[in-house]
Design a binder for this molecule. Structure first.
Ligand SMILES: [Zn+2]
Ligand SMILES: [Zn+2]
Length: 581
């Protein structure tokens, strides 16, 4: 049972069309600063602004501060205003002058999300929890019935909470809430809440993509569920105009509030907005807004940092936006990092001709887990955006359930890629990107491992080819079989125990057997043995030059795979075909 926290996040944008709405004066900026949590009432003070005034009424007050002027700091209200203004300037990356200047005005007038920036609703969390427990079934009908009474209460409480006194808190300290205690979340596009502008397929596609983007960087998985009772649905999305979907927060036509999210999983989009499919170049990208709103539902606050999808300002589409490094770290601080075993890991080497006719060797690192694979970009230290992909999509002709091992025999005489599964193996035709049914030597595939590699019988746990000694290392149980490709037979000493060939540097710190993967890394110029969530790196020549006491092929103490290779995350099977490219 997840903690029932109900907070509304209002995504509200102020556009230039409506001059009255622009924050051009002290009173308007006062209201802005209050609304987004920069001004908080002092201890014992009553909130300065009522919920209704802050939320809906455009109150006109006489100017009491010259635009661009500095304040003399006479009253406590002025001091409070200047402090709040400075805080806003700080998080907005402006010079912290405390002066309400043109740059500050411009920043306030930017389209932005209505979620308060500096708020931790500890008190209201408790209230809302109780409320949620008693009233919230997430049943739409209930919600409609309750809309005339409950939501107003809720909204007042929420806005009052914003103005409530609490200890000063730096916005950057608020890292969010873990909103869900399970990792598989169900979502639904509400039947009564379809967009009138995009096809249902387009809407669902975009939402699937938005959820998938969070899956790619966290242990969370999302699945569309159109059958379960509504109370079992974790995240409900819908479009509406004006009073909509039984929600407390009225939409106000084009240009202002365009979406909002309730912390417990309701996300609403204003159907009067011009939402568009990705890369349209106009309108508001539904994908971008959805990723942002889902971020809120998962518990993330606003993040003031260029490049963050959780920035409060809506920035126009900038091509293929991504959940960047720091946003990844933010969601992972709530839900942890992605962990898991791998079936095989390998560097895929290929020769390429540069535009200058030079032949260069390039490689990419692949991680395979059962029927899925990820391409790991070593230079950027992350997986390719949009991964994982089904093995059979990227590697034509391989078993759909994946492979046990990959070997690339690569020397002056030979350039052959093999995949192993069970008792069989396949040779892969890199040029035509598919398995050979028959290779140039007239051998047909799949073949028995024992036929191609005398002395070795499948299934093997894993294998790799070591260019330095022209041997394939087959791992099986606690043994390693060294196969000399030059003479096509096992080394005379084989098989040996893995712990003999790869002795532990620290006694006892060794995988012993039943490896998941053995990987020769061209980036590190050494071998990694993987088992479960751990890896052991084999001592390299460089290590031994530095420290002569290290044993040949010694295994350094184990480390977490996720400390070396980041964010290799599963996505739900239902979103596998949701490709972004
Ligand atoms: Zn927001
Ligand atoms: Zn709503």
């Amino acid at each position: 049972m997840l903690v029932a926290i109900r907070l509304i996040f209002i995504l509200r944008t102020f556009i230039f069309i409506s001059a009255e709405k622009i924050f051009h004066s002290r009173d308007h900026s006062d209201r802005f600063l209050s609304k987004y949590g920069f001004i908080k009432a002092g201890d014992g003070d009553e909130p300065q602004i009522s919920a209704e005034a802050a939320g809906e009424t455009d109150v006109s007050l006489p100017l009491d501060l010259q635009e661009g002027g500095s304040t003399s700091g006479s009253s406590s209200a002025d001091l409070q205003f200047i402090t709040a203004l400075k805080e806003f300037q700080r998080v907005s990356g402006l010079p912290v002058s405390g002066v309400f200047d043109d740059a500050t005005k411009a920043a306030m007038n930017k389209p932005r999300c209505g979620v308060p920036d500096q708020d931790e609703e500890l008190d209201s969390t408790k209230q809302d929890t109780a409320e949620s427990n008693s009233t919230s079934t997430h049943n739409h009908t209930d919600a409609v019935n309750a809309s005339e009474t409950q939501p107003h209460e809720r909204k007042k409480r929420h806005l009052a909470a914003l103005l409530k006194s609490r200890k000063k808190r730096d916005a950057s300290e608020w890292t969010g809430y873990m909103a869900f205690s399970k990792s598989l979340l169900k979502w639904r596009l509400m039947g009564e809440g379809y967009s009138s502008q995009l096809s249902i397929d387009e809407q669902k596609y975009i939402f699937r993509l938005a959820f998938r983007m969070w899956s790619e960087v966290s242990p969370l998985q999302f699945v569309e569920d159109v059958h379960s009772p509504l109370e079992d649905i974790d995240i409900r999305l819908g479009f509406g105009t004006g009073r909509h979907l039984g929600c407390s927060q009225r939409f106000d036509g084009a240009g202002r509030e365009f979406a909002h999210a309730w912390f417990l999983g309701d996300i609403h989009f204003d159907d009067d907005e011009h939402f568009t499919v990705p890369n349209m170049g106009n309108g508001i990208s539904l994908l971008k807004v959805a990723v942002h709103e889902i971020g809120h539902v998962l518990g993330l606050p606003h993040i003031y940092r260029p490049g963050s999808i959780m920035q409060p300002s809506y920035l126009p589409q900038d091509g293929g936006f991504e959940i960047d490094w720091m946003d990844r770290k933010s969601i992972q601080s709530l839900y942890g990092v992605c962990k898991g075993h791998f079936s095989t890991v390998f560097d895929w080497i290929r020769k390429e001709q540069t535009p200058y006719g030079e032949v260069v060797v390039r490689f990419n690192t692949y991680f395979m887990r059962d029927g899925l694979y990820w391409l790991y970009e070593n230079r950027n230290n992350r997986t390719r955006y949009g991964d994982p992909v089904a093995v059979q999509v990227g590697w034509h002709g391989l078993p759909s359930s994946g492979v046990d091992a990959y070997v690339h025999v690569w020397n002056r005489k030979t350039d052959a890629v093999y995949f192993f599964k069970g008792v069989q193996y396949w040779r892969y035709d890199s040029e035509n990107d598919q398995v050979f049914s028959e290779d140039a030597d007239g051998r047909s595939y799949p073949r028995l491992i024992s036929e191609g590699f005398p002395g070795v019988s499948g299934p093997v746990d894993t294998a790799y080819y070591d260019r330095r000694d022209a041997h394939i290392y087959f791992f099986k149980g606690s043994q390693v079989f060294r196969f000399d490709v030059r003479v096509n037979r096992l080394a005379s000493s084989s098989p040996q125990n893995i712990s003999e060939v790869f002795p532990a540097v620290v006694p006892g710190n060794h995988p012993v057997g039943n490896l998941d993967a053995a990987y020769f890394s061209y980036t590190h110029n050494t071998v990694f043995l993987l088992k479960g969530a751990w890896y052991w790196r084999v001592v390299s020549g460089r290590d031994r030059r530095r420290s002569a006491s290290l044993p040949l092929n010694g295994l350094l103490p184990r480390r977490n795979v996720d400390e070396q290779w980041f964010d290799i995350c599963d996505v739900h099977g239902s979103s596998l075909r949701t490709a972004r490219r």
